[in-house]
Design a protein around this ligand. Structure first.
Ligand SMILES: [Zn+2]
Length: 274
């Protein structure tokens, strides 16, 4: 009997080790803090929806608590088209509810500054791109980040078109400032850290969207641990989205994060400025 239990335990441990390995990326060097590793002192995250910031919660939290960096977050939409899981409000009130949720989430992450814009949820691709990128460039000039965090434009980390669009807009804004400095001489961020997914893992659990993401992502360069308590606490704050991980990936959120324990980033240094 004891032998059988031991054998079962070994099989479970082996299965868990194999599943965890899917959520690793050999090219990514694990660091305690992406901002700290780069020497960044001002971090601006640029995302599409309330709750997207949870995908970089570890980076933002470590930048503040470990490295004492300035941290700010732009959320371009109010998430009014989101599916509520569970339903906590009238759908017509969802923009207000999710705006409040992301502001609470930012407070929990101890962000210094936060803006929630009113671009249409699930409609960023229909917004004039120059306009969107110029709004992001203005925000960069307001906060003067040396590190910008956003989605990889080719995959959006989840395949969501809004994620891809905001990543592209943040990249365009950074490059524009790099080439054409703002009136006060600010020349944009020195680095962009693109949020990416572990490719084998997202392919295994993400269905068609996961396959798209895996096929369109670069090799990540850095990874860092995010605290389970921060991530789980973040979904509690985003009450209208609390069950989005089990709904999307058919895994309990705790197991999902036990497997996908790291955040992965493709970090690009902007060209040396003259
Ligand atoms: Zn999103």
């Amino acid at each position: 009997m004891a032998g059988l239990a031991l054998a079962l335990l070994l099989v479970c441990a082996g299965l868990f080790a194999w599943a965890s390995s899917l959520f690793s990326e050999p090219s990514a060097r694990e660091v305690p803090s992406v901002a700290g590793e780069l020497g960044a002192t001002r971090v601006l995250a640029v995302f599409a929806h309330p709750d997207d910031e949870l995908r970089a919660a570890g980076l933002l939290e470590a930048a503040k608590s470990r490295d004492h960096a300035f941290t700010a977050l732009i959320t371009a939409t109010r998430g009014e088209r989101g599916t509520q899981v569970p339903v906590v409000a009238r759908q017509r009130d969802l923009a207000l509810v999710r705006t409040a949720e992301v502001l609470k989430s930012g407070y929990a992450l101890r962000l210094d500054e936060q803006e929630v814009w009113g671009f249409p949820d699930s409609g960023l691709s229909g917004v004039d791109f120059e306009w969107l990128a110029s709004r992001v460039a203005e925000a960069m000039d307001r906060y003067k980040p040396d590190l910008v965090v956003t989605f990889w434009p080719g995959s959006g980390e989840s395949g969501h078109p809004d994620h891809m669009r905001i990543g592209l807009a943040a990249e365009a804004a950074a490059r524009h400032l790099n080439e054409t400095p703002a009136a006060d001489g600010y020349r944009g961020p020195k680095w962009i850290a693109y949020v990416v997914a572990p490719r084998r893992g997202i392919r295994a659990i993400g269905g068609a969207a996961g396959a798209f993401v895996a096929a369109n992502e670069p090799e990540p360069t850095l990874s860092m641990r995010a605290k389970l308590s921060t991530r789980m606490g973040g979904w509690k704050i985003h009450a209208s989205q609390e069950y989005s991980i089990p709904t999307t990936y058919h895994l309990p959120a705790r197991l999902y994060y036990l497997l996908w324990g790291d955040e992965f980033y493709k970090v690009t240094e902007l060209k040396e400025r003259r």
